[in-house]
Design a protein around this ligand. Sequence first.
Ligand code: UD1
Ligand code: MG
Length: 467
Amino acid sequence: MNAVDVVVMAAGKGTRMKSRTPKVLHRLGGRPLIQHVIDTAQALKARRTIVITGHGAADVESWVAHAASAAGQRVPDFVRQEPQLGTGHAVQQVVPVLPDDGIALILNGDVPLVRPETLQVLVDRCGGSRLALLTVEMADPTGYGRIVRSGDAVKAIVEHKDASPAQRALREVYTGFMAVPSAQLKKWLARLTNDNAQGEYYLTDIVKLAAADGVEVVAAPASEQVEVDGVNSPVQLADLERAFQRRQANALMEQGVRLADPARFDLRGTLACGQDVEIDVNCVFAGQVSLGDNVRIGPNCVIANARIAAGAVIHAFTHIDGETSGVEVGEGALVGPFARLRPGAQLGAEVHIGNFVEVKNSTMARGAKANHLAYLGDATVGERVNYGAGSITANYDGANKNRTVIEADVHVGSNCVLVAPVTVKQGGTIGAGSVINRNTEAGKLTVARARQVSLEGWERPKKPAKK
Ligand code: UD1
Ligand code: MG
């Protein structure tokens, strides 16, 4: 078994993106392009990952290093290629840090959807002694390097700009992925020249050097075109985004998840689903989300970093984002439509959250309800509490956040302000329109508003009589 050292080419500029962001940092499914490639390399259990950076090098390196540490993975090695004199020149920069005894697997930082299984086939075909190229047949191969054979044997790759009319008619092209014995790669890299149409050092020229050295060159076909499609423009990025989303949607549906329309489904993170989960159209999931058995998600919901327990129903247009603290929705809870759950919202079983209700950093015990137009921030809400329409916790005094405690079986009327820190004791009722800034007594009706009066002898002003 030969160790695999992955080399990721990511120095190119990406002119056609017309963006200040380095191309490989543009996102697909919520993750930078290069992260897809590095994660795929991780799946191969590569010994080392070496990333070649150039344009936007500092940004690319800090992103990749940060993501690796956050995931508890080894930070890749970086080598810089400045200036960029071609793909061969790029890989030449790696020579000092690339061990001789392994297989170099060369990947493109802007081709995000290649599968680990495909790369494994490439590594196996190399086997430590052959040069293995990932190739694909293209209806329109314009711009790509053509695979030139003599009989069955691969003899060379000829770049489009250098190709003769007969070579341009070849449809089998090089995808930019190869697996090659590292010691031999280094010998061939040292012999590259830039005597070609673009005046660049072509990595692809090592193929004719290998053939001349009597090393067998094998072509492994990619299983689907989308695996080897690169991102050069916003249009291509959007096309690959859809392909990626379709791949994720298919994987979920194969597990039994029912998506109303896989073309209107977006997952920018991970989504774990129980049995009989239903997701309506236009939902976006981000970060880490889990949905228990029988959960139903209505149309147009945005859900990030949340755990939603079995049987809960999230109605249309609900926005849930747990950020780093998370959101929990209990079994059989009903949320929305038009609800907003923010970090630290922890809803127990059978809780109801209705339209235009915002919950942040608050726990709601079993059966508590806030059905209309309300805010609960930094609150601890007991079982079966009914929290009236238009009521809020005034949790922020301008300097500090304070907690509101609402004990079990409390009934908060409409349009109340609970000025924290304050406790509403068990079983109490708060009259509508009250401003509560002292603890209330259990079981009693507390009203804190001006008493209603009707004035005798009062007359409504009259308009002056017209002359
Ligand atoms: C390359 C191949 C071509 C193949 C095609 C597949 C060569 C000479 N040609 O062509 O046979 O069909 O990919 O997409 O290799 N890069 C650097 N430094 C450089 C130049 C490029 O790091 O100096 C990186 C780019 O960021 C990119 C990759 O190498 O990730 C490929 O470069 P690109 O310019 O797209 O090569 P192509 O001309 O498309
Ligand atoms: Mg290219």
